[in-house]
Write a protein that binds this ligand. Structure first.
Ligand code: ADP
Ligand code: ZN
Ligand code: ZN
Length: 743
């Protein structure tokens, strides 16, 4: 017997399948998923790997498997899923297997420190973009430094000795990185049980209203009959979706089964987790990136051992090692974080469907503004639709007004705050109420231009204009982290007429202080959210210290309940409308509806949306808070233009520093695809991506429009697996199905 083995390593050269001989005494116990130690290369060191397949013949095998570690094996289901993903998302099986291993350690055991009280935790100090920039420009050369930094990029907040073990480095390497400002070491309390200090009042199931009951009964039917079903609960915020989730989970637990609940990373707040704790106590495990690696490791083990029956987590919690799965719930199903932007570029919603089918259990999606594609499936009976029309706690929706910014200019108002919004803020301050102002651009000014010759300050690595950051007094690139000094003279024509245009959150904060001198403000964007000052901390400070105005980007949209907020101002609704992406209109609508929902949670609230496009249907429909109206308009447009759900978009992205090679490769692949005749497949010629250079790499793309079928996957695989292509080492090719961004 022979085994196909994947080596558990990050090294590119090992990203292949190797054949090994299975010794006779192992034949009875070995199976796909088994963790094995195998001899590799010339050395005597054994490598760690996984069996992905067993077979009777092999031309290549000449070494024997040395050892099997039964206890640390993956399941056969894991391996099947990894294989399926590697084909569907065009990546290596080993990349998929990594998602299923214990967090961050690549399977290495880290020590149990339940008895210790404090420890040294290592965090990245420099910006990830900046580190990547330094790495790519070969400013960091030491292999050991690279290992530590690469590891921390995805596994921030690790116990120092664990880091030494995993990255195989000494204490002095860590000290050097600290001295050079790359990392920081923080002494903190070890919280191996995130809930240990919580005393939460037990909460009993509520009596469901008739709409809730109908939904509960429908989904219960699948639980009772152990059958797969897919449902969408469509109901505004506060209509009682979470209460239904809780009761369905209650039912699943009675049957001795388990549940996975996915929520967007940013809404995974303690308040949200508390509702599950209040109902189910410590049977829950939480998985998200804010936990230290030790905490994640413990939570993962709690699930694996069956101590935790309910897993709540962000996207990757879909891979949690649950047994006897009884339900998968995906809350805020329209959220883009369910689609991964990194290899493997999977969509957790698609995988959830597959996993629910395998486990004969229901998949439940919930949202107030379902993704257009999901609602289309619901209307075409691919998904059962349950609608909740009433708010369970009888709160009213806020009053939404639109301000046409073109009129402000005509009336001589050059400020970014319309007169109407200024008046509303003033009144809110007098009433001692809180205000949220939403602007989806960080920094101070968004570009710097010479008014004499039209020169725009651009990043030297990317084809992107630089953003002025006032506090550091620097021009920064939001793509690669490059920064440079500000300019007051045009480098091209030497004119002094250099002007800073556009508004970011920093400038908005300044302007607020100019108009309202005694106001208190707090700002939330990537620049203010850090290790020591999390998203959660800022929102809590706003809530508990009764700060007058919260100014923020997308981050303010979700998560919290602020009883005292009665005014929300959207500084510009247009930014995302004009993007080169078929979903930009949908996202604008969703964001506006959600941000409006922050106002008047307990008393009457109002919302002011400023825009240059007051006649756009996304703006008008969000003013009316009318999803159904928006859906009908948007779906007609999608049909006319042939966009999802009427097809899938497949993006083949090429990037590299050698433009000639990119041109050659992209044309080659294009030709190979169009040479295979396919009905209903549209293939667009290779063109430069909208942002055609990032981090000194040129970027080109091919777009395909068509349904992703097995046949199409074969065609693409055939097109990219080519000897000629493999020789082109400089260019990387990424294939992304229905990507989050087209840029
Ligand atoms: P959603 O998840 O749709 O935002 P929730 O489930 O959080 O809605 O419900 C909003 C509020 O109404 C919560 O405080 C919840 O406890 C309460 N609630 C939900 N369903 C009921 C019910 N049937 N009877 C009484 N209160 C309910
Ligand atoms: Zn100039
Ligand atoms: Zn850049």
């Amino acid at each position: 017997m022979y085994a196909e083995v994947i080596i558990n390593s990050n090294a590119k050269a090992l990203n292949k399948i190797f054949d090994y001989i299975v010794p006779a005494q192992m034949e009875k116990i070995i199976k796909a998923g088994a963790r094995v130690l195998v001899p590799f290369g010339k050395g005597t060191k054994l490598e760690d790997g996984f069996v992905i397949n067993l077979k009777e013949n092999s031309e290549f095998a000449n070494k024997e498997i040395a050892k099997i570690e039964i206890e640390e094996s993956l399941t056969e289901e894991n391996i099947t899923l990894a294989k399926l993903m590697s084909r569907k998302y065009f990546c290596n099986i080993s990349d998929c297997i990594k998602l299923m291993l214990p967090p961050g350690t690549g399977g290495k055991k880290i020590s149990d420190r339940t008895k210790e009280k404090t420890g040294s935790f290592v965090y990245l100090k420099k910006d990830i973009d900046e580190i990547n920039y330094l790495i790519e420009n070969e400013k960091i050369k030491s292999e050991k430094h690279l290992r530590v930094l690469n590891f921390l990029e995805t596994n921030d907040g690790i116990y120092k000795t664990d880091l030494q073990l995993i990255a195989e480095v000494s204490d002095s390497i860590i000290k050097t990185l600290e001295k050079n400002g790359f990392i920081e070491i923080i002494q903190k309390q070890i919280e191996r049980n995130p809930f240990i200090n919580k005393k939460i009042k037990h909460d009993e199931p509520k009596k469901l209203n008739s709409e809730q009951q109908k939904c509960f009964n429908g989904i219960s039917y699948s639980i009772d009959n152990n059958e797969f079903s897919k449902s969408l609960i469509y109901g505004i915020t506060g209509s009682g979706k979470t209460e239904i989730y809780l009761q369905l989970i209650g039912k699943v637990l009675e049957k001795n089964k388990t549940a996975i609940v996915l929520v967007p990373e940013i809404s995974l707040t303690p308040q949200m987790v508390d509702r599950f704790l209040a109902r189910f106590g410590e049977q829950i495990a939480v998985l998200h990136s804010k936990l230290s690696i030790g905490e994640r490791f413990d939570e993962w083990n709690k699930i694996k051992n069956g101590e935790a029956k309910i897993v709540i987590g962000a996207r990757s919690a879909i891979f949690a090692p649950v047994k006897d799965l009884g339900i998968i719930i995906i809350d805020e199903e329209h959220d883009s974080s369910y689609k991964s932007d990194m290899t493997p570029r999977y969509n957790a919603k698609d995988l959830a469907k597959y996993i629910a089918k395998q486990n004969n259990c229901p998949l439940v999606l919930g949202s107030a503004t379902p993704e257009i594609v999901t609602m289309y499936q619901a209307k075409s009976n691919d998904i059962k639709l349950y609608t909740l029309t009433k708010r369970a706690n009888n709160a009213t929706l806020p009053n939404v007004e639109i301000v046409d910014l073109r009129n402000e200019l005509i009336n001589g108002n050059r400020s970014m705050l319309s007169f109407k919004l200024q008046d509303a803020i003033k009144k809110n301050l007098e009433d001692k109420k809180q205000t949220i102002l939403f602007l989806n651009r960080r920094g101070y000014s968004t570009f710097v231009m010479c008014r004499e010759c039209g020169y725009v300050a651009k990043c030297k690595n990317c084809n992107i204009s630089l953003t002025y950051h006032r506090y550091e007094n620097k021009l920064k690139c939001h793509y690669c982290g490059y920064e440079t000094n500000t300019i007051d003279e045009c480098p091209d024509c030497k004119s002094k007429k250099v002007k800073y245009f556009g508004t970011g959150t920093q400038k908005l904060e300044d302007e607020i202080h100019k108009i309202f001198p005694n106001v208190s403000t707090i700002r939330m964007d990537i620049d203010t959210v850090s290790k020591k000052n999390s998203h959660e901390d800022i929102l809590n400070a706003f809530k508990n210290n009764n700060i007058d105005i919260l100014i923020g980007t997308q981050m303010v949209v979700k998560g919290h309940h602020f009883p005292n907020v009665t005014l929300v101002g959207v500084i510009s609704a247009d930014g995302s409308l004009n993007m080169d992406d078929y979903r930009s209109v949908e996202r604008t609508f969703q964001t506006l509806v959600q941000v409006a929902g922050r106002s008047g949670r307990e008393e009457n609230g109002s919302v002011i949306i400023q825009t240059y496009n007051p006649d756009h249907y996304a703006i008008i429909d969000s003013q009316k808070q009318d999803y159904d109206l928006f859906y009908n308009q948007e779906i007609n447009l999608r049909k006319m233009l042939n966009y999802p759900p009427f097809c899938d978009i497949i993006l083949i992205r090429f990037s590299g520093s050698n433009l000639q090679e990119i041109l050659k490769l992209s044309n080659l692949i294009y030709q190979k695809i169009i040479n295979v005749k396919q009905n209903n497949l549209f293939v667009y010629k290779p063109v430069a991506a909208p942002i055609d250079k990032i981090k000194n790499k040129y970027r080109w793309r091919i777009i395909l429009k068509g349904k992703v079928t097995s046949k199409l996957l074969d065609i693409i695989n055939y097109a990219i697996n080519d000897e000629e292509i493999k020789k082109c080492k400089d260019t990387s090719i990424v294939i992304d199905i229905n990507p989050n961004t087209m840029s």
